[in-house]
Design a protein around this ligand. Structure first.
Ligand SMILES: [Zn+2]
Ligand SMILES: [Zn+2]
Ligand SMILES: [Zn+2]
Length: 353
């Protein structure tokens, strides 16, 4: 994520800002320019209250309409269940907030954000399991999220039961949308499919059988040397989705650190590489990781100083680095995103708060 400044006074404001706490300017995020702007004169997303959305419509967009992120939500709980203070309402707003970060990063990286609207594209069903069972997953571009995952107590219980070191709503969204981007980046390209199978295995293996086997028998011993997580061992598609999610974790967190001027002494540091949303095919994933690993050591140490768990509780083996490199090449080879703002080269310097 980039660092944003209030257009009125220059104070740092978060991506979620609706008002500047220093000068009182009403703010919103403009997806058409990729900036936090004064909301005066612009139309807010129709889901501003319901989804806690601070995005603004682009000039000329339907004034009664939804922003790009909210438009992607195909199904959500009934309005009566979304009242302020209700568990479902808070979980829905938490999920929508995480989704806006997801969509922002897709735009930054130049990944296509195409609302499905009946055609092939991306859509989200954000469902409450309070009334009927909901399985978080992906099918044909539709990402289904169990909103109970937005409840901290429930999610922590699930994390412990499944023995996972990390479980967040944003992580779920990155993983599940990774399944969709497999169908965009890998499936249509015979060469990418061949490379995919060499790195991740043959995705034509029976998926239901593979998952049953995983949940019954657990991950293979020594999985750490070949996979980024125990769940990645379940099936080549899960391995890809985990690698894709990790790639997004790494690129977003590096961009945030660089945007705030956080530099950790490491073997070689390239702030421009850390911050730039768009990279060239000759920027190697190993170069990104040279910046990433020292930062994770520092941030893990900071978390431990506060008595918290590690921010990044993962080990990246050479086999995993190769998989991340595959994801990286597929994304950067798509060319420059339409709105490549915020690279260190192109953006104005950060104001001193
Ligand atoms: Zn201000
Ligand atoms: Zn919205
Ligand atoms: Zn999955």
């Amino acid at each position: 994520m980039r660092a944003f400044a209030c257009p009125g006074c220059g104070q740092l404001v978060p991506f979620e800002a609706v008002t500047c706490l220093v000068c009182g300017t009403s703010l919103g995020f403009a997806p058409d320019t990729g900036e936090i702007v004064a909301s005066a004169g612009r139309v807010p997303c129709a889901n501003a209250v319901r989804a806690g959305c601070n995005w603004l419509l682009a000039p000329g967009e339907d004034p009664g309409g939804l922003c790009l992120s909210c438009r992607l939500t195909r199904t959500r709980p009934h309005d009566a269940d979304l009242t302020a203070g209700s568990l479902t309402g808070e979980a829905f707003r938490a999920a929508e907030g995480a989704k806006r970060r997801l969509v922002f990063q897709f735009l930054e990286l130049g990944l296509p954000v195409v609302p499905s609207g009946g055609k092939p594209g991306l859509a989200f069903d954000l469902l409450s399991s309070a009334e009927e069972p909901v399985v978080t997953g992906h099918a044909d571009g539709v990402v289904t999220i169990d909103l109970a995952e937005g409840d901290d107590a429930h999610r922590e219980q699930m994390r412990r039961e499944l023995g996972e070191p990390y479980r967040t709503m944003l992580g779920h969204l990155r993983h599940e949308s990774g399944h969709y981007f497999w169908t965009v980046l890998v499936e249509p390209d015979p060469q990418a499919r061949t490379s995919f199978r060499a790195l991740f295995g043959d995705e034509r293996a029976d998926y239901a059988e593979a998952l049953r086997h995983h949940y019954e028998g657990g991950p293979p011993a020594e999985w750490v040397s070949r996979y980024v997580s125990a769940y990645a061992t379940a099936h080549p598609w899960e391995d890809w989705a985990e690698a894709f999610a990790h790639y997004l974790h790494i690129r977003d967190t590096l961009q945030t650190a660089a945007s705030f001027g956080i530099l950790v002494t490491g073997p070689r540091l390239e702030p421009e590489l850390m911050a730039a949303p768009h990279l060239e095919p000759d920027d190697r994933v190993e170069d990104i990781l040279d910046d990433w690993l020292p930062l994770t050591y520092a941030l893990n140490a900071v978390n431990r100083s506060m008595g918290r768990d590690d921010l990044y509780p993962f080990v990246l083996s050479p086999a995993v680095v190769a998989k991340l490199g595959f994801v990286h090449q597929l994304i950067v080879s798509r060319g420059t995103p339409p709105n490549p703002r915020g690279s260190v080269k192109g953006s104005r310097p950060l104001p001193v708060p």
